[in-house]
Structure formats: structure tokens, C-alpha cells
Design a protein around this ligand. Structure first.
Ligand code: C2O
Ligand code: CU
Length: 566
């Protein structure tokens, strides 16, 4: 026994020696319209390689992945590697008109994706209009060869992609939404791995199934790829152990349900330790509003034990928090902790050089003859960060910045503090005058290696709701959060600077605040925005430009020769 295990160890040492150099992997993404049927509706949807959800990319920590994106569709497209920091190489990051112009129909772009310290589950998605509704997939980053998970090796790994399905064409949904000025049309179903599941019309035969064997452990690699809502998720009679979030390990967190916001990823262990039976895995939206103006149905998949048994019909159903239970959502998210071990240390900035305070608001703008709204609306929705509605330029900010042609494309006056201070979370009678934002393309300049603290403050203008804020090019530590107005003298005392979770997408609680810290160590142009698609379309976003450092190795790398032309 002993000899064998020594041989095994020796074998792994050799392997890890041979493979300590990272690999370069190649993928091809063909973007095209392909035929799909859900809810008895067959239609063409824009997909990658014909798949909905799209293909999973699998790499190891530190690898480089080259993805040849070929646009055979009839719509502009860009692809973003959500959570990949792309050190010094914003050129492949993907947000349309922030780092690149779109890949036009018939065009292609070979995107280099540079992994660094990410490990766990991330995802990729289109970053152009609302194309990400059907263009998205998992991005799995395994430990380097010769290293192991910091938790018991699972027997099997399964993807769990939460998504949405519209019977209507998504580009039409998007255009009606933009032109109309109101809320978007709700999706017709939620999906798990592309399938609505048993509870929807004509969907039962295709419900997603996960085979499990009693006594084994399963790793669910999960993303909420839905467009417009946070989600609750549970598996009947099984507890879930979260071990990773946003491509970083967490301390094991055991819970009967989880909350996951659009853009967020979670790694979850499930032990098949219940009597042989069929159990529903279920997900539904969380929306802190008392109204039901959102998709409030439930998608299910089935966790099926193998072996001979008589199963409950229908399968056992899990209990989940009520759709508007904001405490349940907050408590789950606030319980996440970094693993912070010797192998996976953390590095929370303790001395802060730049302190930012950003309000997140839903606003409105009057419909005018020059800027009409379809139908008989008198005002259209807008959204803002520090009262500025982000106006997408017509050309790439990164390209303009790199060539020194910024003026006329963007300004660098994004304010560090909101222009107006008010009782942000007052529940009634917020002055109408506060509703109207300014519009602009303003960036905030950060010095290379500057340590930043950013407090997001949700406001109750028009509608207080959770905002899952996502930063490109960096991960951040979530050091604190709470309901109500942030008060530095009180709230900074309760920060977790010991083991805060490392994330790139964090749900700022409804009428509450979240404080994050990061080091601006990645020169480039990086979008930051709400990951609710309707909010970013209304303008809830802004851009950081991290300046070059003083050395050659701290400057933005030159662009590739095949950047899509503007
Ligand atoms: Cu997941 Cu800017 O995106
Ligand atoms: Cu939002």
C-alpha cells in the first residue's frame, strides 16, 4: 500500500514538474442563428456552435485560451470572459464600445484570454445589446496539474446554468424596450441548462436531469446567466455546501438555499446522502419588490438517484424563500467568506489611497418631441451611477484612449462622490427633482496600483432594488454591506478585513450599501455596470481607466492586428 502511494505521489510530482508551464488552448466559437424549440415554440436563436447554453470552456489556472470568434449571424456581436482579469490586455475583454467595436456579420476576431489567479467557475457571454440571453456558457478553471481542490475531490462535476427563454425574438424584445421607454417584456420561462422543466407547458419530456449515486459527492458549477433578476435556488432534502464564488475559493458555507445574482458564479457541493428517490432542483427569481411585475414562475431540474426504487411522483419539491424575502437574499450573500488559507491567501488592501462613494439609482427622463417614446408614455426609465446616465459612445473608448484621442469620445470627470446628498433610502416622498439624471460618457482615472475603496449606495428613487454590480479587469473584496444609508464613522468599524469574499459581481442590497476594496493593478479600460440587463441598458454603468505604471511590464500591451474595425 505504502509503496503504491509513494509511486502515485512521485508520478504527480513529475507531472506537475512537466506541466508547471501553463498551456495554450484553442477554441472556435461560431456565432449563428440556429433552430431551437421551447414551450412549443420553435424559432431561430443566436447561439455559439448551435448550443443553448453555449459550450463550456475548460482550462487550468494560468493557461491562455485562444477563442476564434466567427460571426456568421446577422447581428453585431462581442464576447466577454466574465471574471477573467486579462492582465494588461483589455483588447479581448469584449464590452461593446468600451474595449472594442463589435464583430460585424461576416467578421471574426481571435480573442486571447489570459488566465492569471482565477480558479473555479467563471463564464463567458455576449456583451452587445441583449444577445447574451442566448450567447453564454461556463468557463471552468481547474487547479494547476499537480494541485488539488481545497475540498474533498467530487466524484462528478455538473454545470448548472440558470437562464431565461423568450418566445419572442430577443432583439425585438430589446428594441421594443429601448424605444418604448418602459420595462422590458418578461421572459416566458426560466431555464436550468437551457430547459424550462416540468412546471411549464410542453417542457416535461426535456427537463434537465442529474444522475446521482448514493454516497457520492457532486460539484455543481453554477452561474446565473438570466438577464433581469436575482434567483433563489435549492435542491429538495439536500443541503448545499458553497466552496467557491466568482472564480475564487470560499470557506465551506452550508445552506438549504442559495441566492445568486446575474453575473455571479458559485461552486456548490452536494452529497447524495438521501434515500434513493427523485428530488427537484428548483430556481425562481428573487425581487425585493412587493409587486409581481417580473417572471415569477419556477424552473426545475431533477436530481435522480440511480438504482431500483419507487420514486415519489412528482419528485419531492424544495422549499425556497418567498420571492420578495430580501433578508434571505442578504443573509446568504453576507455569509460568504474567502477561504484565506496558506495555499489560497488573500490580500485585502488595508491602506486606502482613493475613497469612492457611488449612488445607484433608477431615474426617469421626460419624453419629448425630439426624444419621443412609443405609445403614450410621458417619461422613460433611465438609471445612473452618481446621477450620471452612461451614454455608450459610437466607438471604442479603449482604442481612443490608447491612441490619445480621448477628447470628444469621453470625459474624465466621473465624480468620486454623488453630486447631491439626500436621504438615499427614504421610503416615501423623495423629491421628484432628484429623479432626473445627467447623461454623459465620463470615466474615472485610477493611478496604477492605487488602493481603492468603493461604497455603492442603493437609492429608493422610483424603485429600490438589488443591483448586482460587476467590475471588469479586477476582483474586489467585499468588506461590508448593510441596509439603509451608509455612514462611514459607524459602518467602516464593522468591515471584515480578515476573510472577505473575493468577487467580481456583488448584489448591492435593496435600499442598502456595499463596500468593496481593490488594487487598481491592471492597466486598461474597464467597464463597471449593473448586471441586470435592463439597468445597464438604462445607463447604470461607468468606466475606470487604470493608468499605465512606470515600468514596461506595467503598461497596456499593444492591440492585436485583427481588432474589429469601428
Ligand atoms: Cu458579465 Cu460587463 O459583464
Ligand atoms: Cu441595477
Amino acid at each position: 500500500m505504502k509503496i503504491i502511494s509513494f509511486q502515485v505521489i512521485g508520478f504527480f510530482l513529475i507531472l506537475s514538474f512537466i506541466h508547471s508551464q501553463s498551456a495554450t488552448l484553442q477554441y472556435t466559437f461560431v456565432v449563428e442563428e440556429t433552430n431551437h424549440t421551447r414551450l412549443c415554440t420553435t424559432k431561430n436563436v443566436l447561439t455559439v456552435n448551435g448550443q443553448f447554453p453555449g459550450p463550456t470552456i475548460t482550462a487550468r489556472r494560468g493557461d491562455t485560451v485562444i477563442v476564434d470568434v466567427i460571426n456568421k449571424g446577422d447581428h453585431n456581436i462581442t464576447i466577454h470572459w466574465h471574471g477573467v482579469k486579462q492582465p494588461r490586455y483589455p483588447w479581448s475583454d469584449g464590452p461593446e464600445f468600451v474595449t472594442q467595436c463589435p464583430i460585424k456579420p461576416g467578421g471574426n476576431f481571435s480573442q486571447k484570454v489570459f488566465l492569471s489567479d482565477e480558479e473555479g467557475t467563471l463564464w463567458w457571454h455576449a456583451h452587445s445589446d441583449w444577445a447574451r440571453a442566448t450567447i453564454h456558457g461556463l468557463f471552468v478553471i481547474l487547479p494547476r496539474l499537480g494541485t488539488a481542490y481545497p475540498f474533498r475531490q467530487p466524484d462528478v462535476e455538473y454545470p448548472v446554468v440558470i437562464g431565461e427563454w423568450w418566445n419572442a425574438d430577443i432583439q425585438t424584445v430589446y428594441e421594443n424596450f429601448v424605444n418604448g421607454g418602459g420595462d422590458p417584456q418578461n421572459s416566458d420561462a426560466l431555464t436550468i441548462n437551457g430547459q424550462p422543466g416540468d412546471l411549464y407547458n410542453c417542457s416535461a419530456p426535456n427537463t434537465t436531469k442529474f444522475a446521482v449515486e448514493k454516497g457520492k459527492t457532486y460539484l455543481f458549477r453554477m452561474v446565473n446567466a438570466a438577464m433581469n433578476n436575482l434567483a433563489f435556488f435549492a435542491v429538495a432534502n439536500h443541503s448545499l455546501t458553497v466552496v467557491g464564488c466568482d472564480g475564487a475559493y470560499t470557506k465551506p458555507l452550508v445552506s438549504n438555499y442559495i441566492t445568486i445574482s446575474p453575473g455571479q458564479t458559485l461552486d456548490i457541493l452536494l452529497e447524495a446522502n438521501q434515500p434513493n428517490n427523485n428530488y427537484y432542483m428548483a430556481s425562481k427569481f428573487f425581487n425585493g419588490q412587493p409587486s409581481s411585475a417580473f417572471e415569477n414562475t419556477t424552473t426545475v431540474a431533477i436530481v435522480e438517484y440511480t438504482g431500483n426504487f419507487t420514486s415519489s411522483t412528482p419528485p419531492v419539491f424544495p422549499s425556497m424563500p418567498a420571492f420578495n424575502n430580501r433578508n434571505a437574499s442578504f443573509n446568504f450573500t453576507a455569509s460568504l467568506r474567502s477561504l484565506a488559507s496558506a495555499e489560497h491567501p488573500i490580500d485585502v488592501p488595508l491602506t486606502i489611497k482613493r475613497t469612492l462613494f457611488y449612488t445607484l439609482s433608477i431615474n426617469s427622463e421626460n419624453c419629448t418631441a425630439a426624444n419621443p417614446c412609443e405609445g403614450n408614455r410621458t417619461a422613460r426609465f433611465k438609471a445612473s451611477v452618481n446621477n450620471i446616465t452612461f451614454a455608450m459612445p459610437k466607438t471604442s473608448i479603449l482604442q481612443a484612449y490608447y491612441r490619445g484621442l480621448g477628447a470628444g469620445i469621453y470625459g474624465d470627470d466621473f465624480p468620486d462622490q454623488p453630486p447631491l446628498k439626500f436621504n438615499y433610502t427614504q421610503l416615501t416622498n423623495l423629491s421628484r427633482a432628484l429623479r432626473f439624471p445627467e447623461t454623459g460618457t465620463e470615466v474615472s482615472m485610477l493611478k496604477h496600483n492605487q488602493t481603492v475603496e468603493l461604497v455603492f449606495q442603493g437609492t429608493n428613487l422610483l424603485a429600490g432594488i438589488d443591483h448586482p454590480m460587476h467590475l471588469h479587469g479586477h476582483s474586489f473584496y467585499v468588506v461590508g454591506s448593510g441596509f439603509g444609508n451608509y455612514k462611514r464613522s459607524r459602518d467602516s468599524l464593522s468591515y471584515n478585513l480578515i476573510d472577505p469574499p473575493l468577487m467580481q459581481t456583488i448584489a448591492v442590497p435593496q435600499n442598502g450599501w456595499t463596500a468593496i476594496r481593490f488594487k487598481a493593478n491592471n492597466p486598461g479600460v474597464w467597464f463597471m455596470h449593473c448586471h441586470l440587463e435592463r439597468h445597464v441598458s438604462w445607463g447604470m454603468g461607468m468606466v475606470f481607466i487604470v493608468r499605465n505604471g512606470k515600468t514596461e511590464s506595467s503598461r497596456v500591451l499593444p492591440p492585436p492586428s485583427d481588432m474589429p474595425p469601428c
